[in-house]
Design a protein around this ligand. Structure first.
Ligand code: NAI
Length: 360
């Protein structure tokens, strides 16, 4: 079967909206594709304006996971879940129990781990009820995927800088980081150690102060970072930050960060390409976390006898080469890097085997 881009885009295999009156939990699980294996993708807890906004986020994020997992050469399809946050900073035990029970009803078609608003603690609580929960950090397994994600983003950012600016060395390269959470802060650490000149922002001022102290970064107000001239813009907060307007006005050479769905529309990607701004597609360079979690899942299976360092390392280090391939192809075709990356991912999905990504 030949799946055209349009056929595949937005076509989800399964979308469930769950509500539990007792605990007040409202959650959505979106399974975009299981062609390469069970759908794998984190669980996000966020304050959405309404259930439609939450559903839309789950749909977009799960589709992105299909592309991410395929390009990362891991045998999983794309899925994502979102929990509508109430006023509490963390989900209560009753909500975690309920969510894990719903996961069991999906019988392994969807496997989850942490995302924004959910951490190792929540995953461990749910894992006591459901075998479909990962990112636990037990017995030397991957645990929190964030440091891995940050490292993969770092490699991708360096590859994009090399492509655009022709330098291997990040010393003096100005990087504007938006979002100093689990990934953003680790990324800053790697960038600072490489001599990058950091300007940072977060809606949580304490994190900005921390980055200023730890990395001699310049703090910028959240609404000002997008106007900040820099060599690299690294979005590490939430998605949709590169609108068409932003794409027209960003004063940077490279966009490379961790946030999922950075482009608000495909047209934003075309605008960046037209202006010669190199965009490292998020689902290509932020895959290291899910690669680490994939190993955690696979190592529980029989007949999986690969050493962690080798299996995970090969895929994470593959991010640079994969991105290089995408950037040069996009240059040759004069189109957006995201379009090229999606097409490459689709080919892998169509082949039915994630292994084809390694040779590709
Ligand atoms: P996090 O929740 O630990 O950090 C997000 C940070 O962004 C927080 O410090 C928050 O205050 C800040 N923030 C939110 N809105 C902001 C705004 N408008 N301006 C400035 N700062 C803002 O999340 P985490 O885990 O660091 O993830 C960051 C992004 O990377 C998310 O989009 C996530 O989906 C994506 N991602 C994370 C992975 C992981 O392994 N944690 C894997 C792949 C993608």
């Amino acid at each position: 079967m030949d799946m055209g881009m349009e056929d595949f885009h937005g076509k989800h295999e399964r979308v469930e909206i769950y509500r539990d009156e007792r605990s007040g939990l409202v959650a959505i699980v979106a399974i975009h594709s299981t062609r390469l294996g069970p759908a794998a993708g984190g669980c996000r807890r966020w304050q959405y304006s309404d259930v439609h906004a939450a559903r839309l986020d789950a749909l977009r994020l799960s589709e992105g996971m299909t592309y991410k997992n395929a390009l990362a050469a891991i045998p999983f399809g794309g899925g994502k879940s979102v929990i509508m946050a109430d006023g509490d900073p963390r989900p209560c035990a009753g909500q975690l129990y309920q969510f894990a029970t719903w996961l069991n009803e999906l019988e392994g078609d969807y496997l989850t781990a942490e995302d924004v608003g959910m951490g190792t603690v929540e995953m461990r609580t749910m894992a006591a009820i459901s075998p479909h929960v990962f990112g636990l950090g037990l017995d030397g397994a991957g645990g929190d995927p964030s440091p891995h994600t940050a490292y993969g983003v770092f490699l991708g950012l360096k590859a994009a800088v090399r492509h655009k600016l022709g330098v291997d060395d990040l010393r003096g390269v100005r990087v504007a980081v938006q979002g100093l959470g689990a990934v953003g802060m680790s990324l800053c650490e790697l960038l600072a150690a490489s001599g990058a000149d950091l300007r940072v922002t977060d809606i949580d001022m304490q994190r900005v102060v921390q980055a200023q102290q730890r990395f001699s970064a310049s703090g910028v107000a959240p609404d000002m970072l997008l106007n900040e001239p820099a060599d690299v813009f690294a979005p590490c907060a939430l998605g949709g930050v590169v609108t068409e307007d932003v794409a027209h006005n960003l004063d940077v050479s490279v966009v490379a960060g961790a946030a999922n769905n950075q482009l608000a529309t495909p047209a934003a990607g075309e605008i960046l390409a037209g202006r010669g701004v190199v965009y490292a597609p998020d689902f290509v360079i932020n895959a290291a976390g899910v690669i680490s979690v994939a190993y955690e899942i696979l190592s529980q299976r029989e007949h999986f006898a690969h050493a962690r360092e080798c299996w995970v390392g090969k895929r994470i280090h593959g991010i640079s080469a994969r991105l290089h391939d995408i950037l040069t192809t996009a240059d040759a075709r004069a189109c957006s890097t995201e379009r090229v990356a999606r097409q490459m991912a689709l080919k892998i999905v169509e082949s039915g085997s994630a292994d084809s990504a390694i040779a590709a």
